[in-house]
Design a protein around this ligand. Sequence first.
Ligand SMILES: Cc1ncc(C[n+]2csc(CCOP(=O)(O)OP(=O)(O)O)c2C)c(N)n1
Length: 363
Amino acid sequence: MAPDVATTTPDVDAPFSVMGADGHLLVPDTTDFGEPLDVLTRRLYRDMALARRFDQEAFALQRQGELALWLLCTGQEAAQAGSIRAIRDTDFVFPSYREHTAAIARGVTVAEMLPLWRGTAQSSWSPSDYRFNIYTLVLGTQMLHAVGYAMGVRLDGSDEIVMVYVGDGAMSEGDSSEALNWAATMQAPILFMAQNNGWAISTPNAKQFKAPLHTRARGFGLDSYLVDGNDALAVHLTVREAAARVRAGGAPAFVEAITYRIGGHSTSDDPSRYRDDAELQSWIARDPIARLRRCMELEGLADDAFFDRVAAEAETLAAEIRSVCVALDPVPLSSLFRNTFVTETLALQREREEHEEFQGSFE
Ligand SMILES: Cc1ncc(C[n+]2csc(CCOP(=O)(O)OP(=O)(O)O)c2C)c(N)n1
């Protein structure tokens, strides 16, 4: 099990870090990462680099009118890669809507990711195929779904755990308090993975809450952790430790990862209207991918050939994103009625027929 360094420390508000700003390791050589450090760092680096390229290409496609909307995860890759790779592939995950790094790491394909954002599907991958639920845009709801699912897991007698991603803004929804309280009371096998990126669209943390998120969770009775969310290794160690405790029957866990959203909230947002450029620049300097790469170079964990290979793979992915996206045909509106329930209800059937008749009147 990972060292106890990141655990509940109610009076210490400094996030746990494994890498210094310049990439050097802050933990002893003997630290147990669960696997050789070169294997782990290469995997995390690849996840993050592919997600960054995905983000850039999808952003460009939205600007060219090929996607209806895109929510960028640039800057948050370490919080996502570090956490998703610290649990088992069989553990079920409930994302919010910005977890592209986690989705890619779980194997969700380009062809499955893009229809939602092009507006050609309401949900475009099968959650059971990847143990990764579909995105939810309604803030906080996934937390209650996840607790309910976790209770089911416990009733099944499985040793699976559940991880749910949530943002700092969503923590202001009543659902989040219900979920934390419910999880703690029922001792559900769940890990809440909070990415505190400083902003809920244009609302900063200071206008959302007084008590830090991790102390709030502790107040509900969860084991609570605070971690540097731009440090993939710190996130990984923390989530690994938290997940092991949850799996062993401990209290549910809450991990607050301090990070930053480098882009706008979405492609409909202009963050320069409410954020200081100095603040943005200070976080760009803390880029999680560059930091991990510096660490790998300093520690001799990968050579140039590795980084070149990942860069080439990212370019191939970008080309695939573009070709898959533009080939996605519009869907007939009537499919919205058909896809609502497994079996179409009589009322929906009537509405669909009415709609089809109306559409037909233009032909
Ligand atoms: C219930 C609900 N209220 C309001 C919104 C509008 N809304 C969408 S995203 C967002 C901010 C969310 O911020 P945060 O949870 O910190 O996540 P982030 O977008 O920063 O990743 C808001 C207010 C919504 N989608 N759902």
